[in-house]
Design a protein around this ligand. Structure first.
Ligand SMILES: Cc1ncc(COP(=O)(O)O)c(C=O)c1O
Length: 445
């Protein structure tokens, strides 16, 4: 198939997600290795976003390929509530081992959205309540319930959504209306959540769901005390705390899971992406022993044809072992320290940077047209015209062989966790040169 055929047939017979179809300018990809991938013309790209913050172990690892091949040859699929497999058993055991100590049982799904759907369902069944509190600067998935929980504009097209969802503000120190002018975090955002719980009626609220470190909506790292305070509120009012670690999990932040940085135990954790590093679709809602016990003699009214898919579980087992064998969590923490220092250096060099935020290899550069006023370089929910400068920056990155995502006035630096210091510095050098362009554009405006 020629490149032209690939592009034309894709456009003629498939739909791109989250896009105006005519605006998509897709690149046809041929193969990938480690932190690199190559297009069909042989051009090499550094993958500085691990595709969708998900190919955590890097591309084309032969150990995953072998595990998948072996499982395919044995048995690809069995009915999930009649049969089980060693790979399902081992994936469950490994998740219980690496997640916070109170989480013991996994309900396997096809990805992150349905992990969130099932977390909501389980929280509702367990508490007998129906409302869910979620935050505005969040993304929890695209299915009916998950998109209703999502706070950002992608929710709007799915409204009115499922009933019972209440949104609250997030912890975003750089743009916090409560404490920005006080010079220090007061954690007033937690008081706002407690007020909301009281106004909504605590006895009606099943769960609070948060991304412990917010992903797509800006790598928002909560101030110390925030997640601990949220845990206390949930315990006080008998509300299930759901940590959505679909993006922040599996070493991305330099720990197995982001919530560990604050020593907090959620009641349910949702995972996907890094669980198999996207080699095969798989997600899970992992529940506490207490919640699991509740269903011991009561019906768990939830199911999916591909629950605990044997090949996906085999990929997860192999993937978790790669994190361990190659010490990728440790590497993410070590490379995260290099990244933090380099982002600081870039902030000092470039007036277009308002703030950089990073934790491990989970990071964002937030661009502003005016450092004093913090005016974003592209506004909230921008039109294509508003994105002209950001698109120029993204085009520069691509021309120079670096792939990352630019979203609104931010772009991400989230490479695979196997990255070396030399590779990291090589990519950051391209970013440095791209930011020169933005500085010049601001100076000229
Ligand atoms: C925090 C979070 N939750 C849920 C999802 C949805 O996962 P999926 O796209 O696998 O359905 C995502 C996807 O980006 C996510 O980042």
């Amino acid at each position: 198939m020629t490149t032209q055929d690939i592009i034309q047939l894709t456009a003629a017979h498939t739909l791109y997600d989250w896009s105006v179809q005519s605006a998509v300018n897709a690149v046809a990809i041929d193969y990938a290795r480690g932190i690199y991938f190559w297009d069909v013309h042989g051009k090499r790209y550094m993958d500085f976003n691990s595709q969708l913050m998900s190919v955590n172990i890097g591309h084309s690892d032969p150990r995953i390929i072998e595990a998948v091949r072996r499982q395919m040859e044995r048995v690809a699929y069995v009915a999930p509530n009649v049969f089980t497999t060693d790979m399902r058993a081992e994936a469950g055991r490994l998740l219980a081992e690496i997640t916070p100590a109170n989480l013991t049982k996994s309900f396997f799904t096809n990805g992150g959205s349905d992990a969130v759907e099932n977390a909501i369902k389980i929280a509702r069944l367990y508490t007998g309540r129906h409302k869910i509190i979620a935050r505005y600067r969040s993304y929890h998935g695209a299915t009916a319930g998950a998109i209703s929980l999502t706070g950002e504009p992608r929710r709007w097209a799915a409204e009115p959504g499922i009933p019972g969802v209440v949104h609250v503000h997030d912890a975003y120190p750089y743009r916090c209306r409560w404490c920005r002018d006080r010079g220090a975090c007061t954690l007033d955002c937690l008081n706002h959540i407690e007020d909301t719980i009281l106004f909504e009626g605590a006895q009606t609220i099943a769960a609070v769901i948060v991304e412990p470190v917010v992903g797509t909506n800006g790598i928002l790292i909560p101030p110390d005390g925030y997640l601990q305070g949220l845990r206390e509120l949930c315990t006080k009012y008998g509300i299930v705390l759901v940590a959505d670690e679909v993006m922040s999990g599996f070493g991305r932040t330099g720990r197995w899971f982001a919530i560990e940085h604050w020593n907090v135990q959620p009641d349910i954790m949702t995972v996907a992406k890094g669980l198999t590093s996207s080699y095969i679709p798989l997600g899970a809602a992992i529940v506490s022993a207490e919640i699991a016990d509740y269903f011991q003699d009561r019906m768990l009214s939830a199911g999916l044809t591909y629950n605990s898919h044997a090949v996906a579980c085999a990929a997860a087992v192999a993937c978790i072992n790669v994190y361990k064998d190659d010490r990728l969590i440790e590497n993410a923490a070590a490379m995260g320290a290099v990244l933090k220092a380099e982002l600081q250096r870039l902030t000092e060099r470039h007036v277009c940077i308002g703030e950089t935020r990073s934790i491990g290899l989970f990071s964002v550069v937030e661009l502003v047209s005016d450092r004093e006023t913090r005016e974003p370089l592209a506004p909230f929910n921008p039109t294509p015209k508003d994105m002209a400068l950001m698109n120029r920056l993204n085009a520069f990155f691509r021309e120079n062989g670096l792939f990352t995502l630019a979203r609104w006035n931010t772009f991400f630096v989230n490479p695979p966790l196997c990255i070396t210091e030399e590779q990291l510095r090589e990519g950051l050098d391209i970013i440095d040169r791209g930011l020169d362009l933005m500085d010049a554009a601001i100076a000229a405006s």
